[in-house]
Design a protein. Structure first.
Length: 259
């Protein structure tokens, strides 16, 4: 069934409005979270930290936050000294992001309502694009064209996305609770889809989280602390048995526009 861009975007706007209305996250971003994202090591076992590691030095650079949601990572990017342009398709999430940016007294942040399918930026005007769990909501072909258009030569894009290569895990996943606020057109990527998306670029990526960690995310009896604990055996197993990367459930990757 062909899905129109209008249908896809309308579903995301509805989903995002629900997400914004149910958010209980405090507006002030904890200092310890900002510290985690300020200079994480390459060897970190946590995917978000690794994404911030890939950022490198962005002081004074133009960073486009690709689907800013409620603005938590907007604050972290501003804390790194970037000139941040953050956009989202959801008016409700953008309102929440604006409150968070103001509460944290961030400098150098501009928020805007917009679509990843039609980025409101000139050609070659962006140094870095930073998108956490946003690509899998989009029409990849259109998104790829827009990303390439706005990135300058040598510009980079960093993404964290859900991954599901294993058909067995996909089958097992149906027996666990569904995540809240999931739109009907989103879904995890395969490695092949990510590699096809990255073909016009120089590419590097790293996988994280075996299925136990993902199950911990959706079972209400598990705490966030338990999710973090799962990262340690996952990292060990992925290092000792590289073939297990096929069963990883998160991928962080960077693409570089070379021409």
């Amino acid at each position: 069934m062909m899905i129109s861009l209008e249908e896809r975007e309308r579903a995301e706007i509805v989903r995002s409005a629900s997400e914004a209305s149910q958010s209980t996250t405090p507006l002030l971003v904890p200092a310890e979270m900002l510290a985690r994202f300020r200079n994480p090591p390459e060897t970190t076992i946590f995917p978000l930290e690794y994404a911030f590691h890939l950022l490198g030095d962005v002081k004074g650079k133009t960073v486009l936050e690709y689907g800013c949601g409620g603005g938590t990572y907007t604050v972290a990017l501003a804390d790194r000294g970037a000139k941040v342009f953050a956009f989202d398709i959801s008016p409700e999430l953008l309102t929440l992001a604006r409150k968070r940016v103001e509460a944290n007294q961030c400098d150098g942040v501009e928020l805007m309502l917009g679509s990843a399918h039609a980025l409101p930026f000139q050609d070659g005007s962006v140094d870095v694009i930073f998108g956490m769990a946003i690509l899998h909501h989009l029409d990849l072909e259109i998104a790829s064209r827009e990303l390439r258009r706005v990135l300058r030569k040598g510009g980079r894009a960093i993404f964290k996305e859900p991954l599901r290569n294993s058909r067995l895990y996909a089958w097992l996943r149906q027996f666990f609770p569904k995540r809240a606020n999931v739109s009907p057109f989103e879904g995890p990527f395969t490695d092949q889809q990510i590699e096809e998306f990255a073909q016009p670029y120089r590419y590097r990526g790293r996988t994280f989280q075996l299925p136990l960690s993902r199950i911990a995310h959706v079972l209400p009896v598990w705490s966030q602390g338990a999710v973090r604990v799962c990262a340690y055996p996952d990292a060990y197993l992925l290092q000792m048995f590289p073939s297990l990367a096929y069963y990883a459930t998160v991928k962080v990757f960077e693409v570089v526009k070379e021409d």
